[in-house]
Ligand binder design. Structure first.
Ligand code: ATP
Ligand code: FE2
Length: 331
């Protein structure tokens, strides 16, 4: 088939998305809806019900925007993991139903790797060290001998979650990240906070607790926000820098929802420059969770010979980045 069309379904956490992608790399549409909890953190069952209730509308909108019909679809890809169990099951059920009714192949995609592949597509970066930072993930990833290896990751909470929980405790509405960034710009005084890098891994829960304690001690919220960002981002940049030096790669990519942060971008940019590496950030609509990244990675996997039987499509809640055989890249 010269040019195949893949329909990618994303559903691992808050977002249910459908993207339609052509095998030449053209993204025809990328539409999603995001579950927003009324209060507190994400509730997996509520999120999965939101996804199920909105699946049809999201699918229809993605088809309309791409100006294609279901019968034009040649391949269905879906986020098989990692993520929240009930949410993953909704996405995989939708994908199976579609693949069976259209009688086309189905491919389960690793969510973290999809973030990297969509960035490699649109930014034309060949072989980056990637810092993937979001509400649910914090990993430093680079390709080496057939797999995406995790060079460093959080040992407890992800950075986005750290910012969101801190914000909630400080009375700032969800999502905390953007508001903390705004506050931090007005911060002047650095308040020492726990900086934790263990080997190549990170930890943010102590930092978060201490930052919350500072707000209880009535420290200026702008200074706390500033100090929280500076401390957390310095740790992220340190691990990314060490992965870059170790792998001797020449590119750094930032992705995930926290990639929106201009201070984090600036710090990585400076580090990359110092290491003689190029720095890339995909457009924000491709940094967050969406279906196009799943569709594109599905195409890469399928074209390189990956095939899945229906009974291999169960959700994989803890599917690790480094477990995936990357058949589409040269060893
Ligand atoms: P994933 O399933 O990949 O973990 P997610 O459900 O967390 O994704 P994303 O849209 O990738 O969704 O990321 C949302 C996170 O990004 C939230 O934690 C939010 O606070 C954070 N964020 C958004 N904008 C900014 C910003 N400007 N600065 C820092 N963090 C930000
Ligand atoms: Fe994600």
């Amino acid at each position: 088939m010269v040019n195949m069309l893949c329909l990618g379904i994303e559903g691992t956490a808050h977002t249910f998305g459908v993207g339609i992608v052509k095998s030449d790399g053209k993204i025809l549409s990328n539409f999603s809806k995001t579950y927003v909890p009324e209060k507190g953190g994400i509730h997996p069952r509520d999120a999965s019900q939101f996804h199920a209730a909105n699946a049809r509308a999201v699918l229809d909108e993605a088809l309309t925007q791409a100006n294609v019909e279901l019968k034009d679809i040649d391949l269905v890809a879906f986020s098989q993991g990692p993520g929240l169990g009930p949410v993953l099951r909704t996405a995989s059920t939708a994908a199976r139903a579609l693949a069976i009714s259209l009688d086309v192949p189905i491919i389960g995609v690793n969510h973290c790797i999809a973030h990297i592949e969509i960035g490699r597509l649109t930014e034309n970066t060949k072989d980056p060290v990637t810092l993937y930072v979001s509400g649910g993930n914090t990993q430093v990833i680079a390709f080496d001998t057939g797999k995406y290896r995790v060079f460093g990751e959080t040992l407890d909470i992800p950075i986005g979650n750290c910012l969101d929980v801190f914000a909630r405790e400080a009375g700032i509405p969800h999502p905390g990240g953007p508001k903390i960034e705004r506050l931090a710009k007005e911060g002047k005084k650095y308040i020492p906070l726990p900086y934790v890098v263990k080997g190549m891994d990170l930890s943010f829960s102590g930092l978060m607790t201490e930052a919350v304690r500072m707000t209880r001690l009535k420290k200026d919220l702008r200074d706390v926000a500033f100090s929280l960002q500076e401390t957390a981002f310095a740790a992220l940049v340190e691990v990314t820098e060490r992965a870059l030096a170790h792998t001797e790669k020449k590119e750094v990519m930032l992705t995930g929802g926290v990639a929106a942060n201009t201070r984090l971008r600036e710090m990585l940019q400076v580090m990359a420059k110092g290491q003689g590496a190029k720095f890339f950030v995909p457009p924000m609509e491709l940094c967050g969770d969406q279906g196009a990244m799943i569709g594109w990675t599905g195409i890469l996997a399928y074209k390189s010979g990956s095939k899945q039987k229906m009974d291999e499509t169960q959700a994989r809640q803890r599917w690790r980045t480094d477990e995936v055989e990357v058949t589409w890249r040269e060893k």
